[in-house]
Design a protein around this ligand. Structure first.
Ligand code: PMP
Length: 406
């Protein structure tokens, strides 16, 4: 065998990882933070995290955990047994699904659960139906599992919710997985129980895995309930992986605790992966998550009420801008206006054709950070997180209204 590589040649990087894009939401956020650091009064609607502090009783539980030497050691890779029991209880309470703790893996945030869910069920060349607009991480996580994301787009005219007819039109012999997210990041859309049932039944009929991301399930408004697809269609449980976490409901994004729930075989292969990748999640954070799930829920409810107030404010203010259409988001903490009416025109002497250019203009001219639709699918939309203080929120809206005043 000959070894021909010349000594001077630099070894190449992984082609798979080189194809992964930097998170567009983090990029906008970084640009906004850099401008702020220069002293510019930037108002940012870019971040996907609550602005509240983690409730004190959760922080106290973590402090208490620091005094317990057992927490200084490795614990079971799929999670502390007591936390998995609490997650089983939460899954029954909020998703209507009875599971054994052995069907749960505690992960470093919902993000690792998303990654591991695709790794567990996707084979090379499999097509994964991905309703768009979608959260930026899904296509990359699908690609990392050697799957092919197949986007199914639903616009503002259908409140950003795909129909069974659209899914069926996109289905091929290679389709093995459907991603289902309700409430949705980036749109805030919540599927009705009937819509959820129809989609779940369709997936069961065709033997398609469902990966359902329920991380925003507790952030719903106007009496809406985000019914879990496994509650709407109990027969789907054998082919569904549920993703969830404490980040959004309890203002715990930095604590990094999420989980996946699913059929034993799927959870087992995911747990095996995690045992080689990260092992157990930080025990202190797991203890904090346990307190969050089992403690009083009134502070979480107060945060939800505050989000609801801001939601109504942002939707009303965005609707005042000519050329902007904004469906009423019933969940999560995002508004997703359709801004195609602002494109193909000049603003402040600049010709603006795409929502990417529009987001840049808004940051440069109004010192307001928003994420362009290109991060989540087609151009023509903006994502605004309303997880920021009421005064800032109001001020940012005034700046947008002034910028786009005719
Ligand atoms: N799923 C969705 C839809 C999200 O928006 C996020 C956070 N942006 C996550 C999962 C991951 O959350 P975390 O890893 O912080 O728990």
């Amino acid at each position: 065998m000959t070894k021909s590589a010349p000594l001077s040649r630099k070894p190449s990087l992984s082609t798979k990882l080189s194809a992964i894009a930097e998170s567009a939401t983090l990029k906008v956020d970084a640009k906004a933070k850099a401008l702020k650091a220069e002293g510019r009064p930037v108002i940012s609607y870019a971040a996907g995290e609550p602005d509240f502090s983690t409730p004190q009783f959760i922080v106290d539980a973590a402090a208490e955990a620091l005094t317990e030497p057992a927490n200084f050691r490795y614990t079971p890779a799929p999670g502390l047994p007591v936390l998995r029991e609490a997650i089983a209880a939460k899954t029954l309470r909020d998703s209507g699904l009875e599971v054994d703790p052995s069907q749960i893996v505690v992960t470093n945030g919902g993000k690792q659960a998303v990654y591991q869910a695709f790794q567990a069920v996707v084979n090379p060349g499999d097509e994964v139906l991905l309703p768009a607009p979608y959260w930026t991480t899904y296509p990359e996580a699908i690609a990392l599992a050697d799957g092919t994301p197949v986007e199914v787009f639903a616009g503002a005219d259908q409140e950003y919710k795909v129909t069974v007819a659209q899914l069926e039109a996109a289905r091929t012999d290679k389709t093995t997985v459907l991603v289902f997210v309700s409430p949705s990041n980036p749109t805030g859309a919540v599927y009705t129980p009937e819509e959820t049932r129809a989609i779940g039944q369709w997936a069961v009929e065709h033997g398609i895995w469902i990966i359902t991301d329920e991380i925003y399930q507790n952030l719903v408004y106007e009496g809406t309930k985000a019914v879990s697809i496994v509650e709407a269609v109990p027969e789907a449980a054998g082919q569904t992986i549920l993703v969830n976490g404490v980040a959004k409901t309890y203002a715990m994004t930095g604590w990094r605790v999420g989980w996946m729930v699913g059929p034993k075989d799927a959870v087992k292969v995911a747990a095996n992966l995690q045992s080689h990748l990260t092992s157990n999640v930080n025990n202190i954070a797991q203890r904090a998550a346990l307190a969050a799930l089992t403690g009083p829920q009134d502070e979480a409810e107060q945060m939800r009420v505050a989000f609801d107030r801001r939601r109504r404010l942002i939707v009303a203010e965005l609707a005042k801008i000519d050329g902007v259409t904004v469906p009423n988001p019933l969940g999560a903490f995002y508004a997703y206006p359709d801004v195609r009416g602002l494109l193909g025109r000049e603003w402040r002497g600049k010709r603006i054709e795409t929502s990417l250019e529009l987001a840049d203009l808004i940051l440069d001219e109004a010192e307001v950070a928003v994420v362009p639709g290109e991060a989540f699918g087609p151009s023509g939309y903006l994502r605004l997180s309303y997880a920021l203080g009421d005064d800032q929120l109001r001020e940012g809206m005034q700046r947008l209204q002034q910028l786009f005043a005719q």
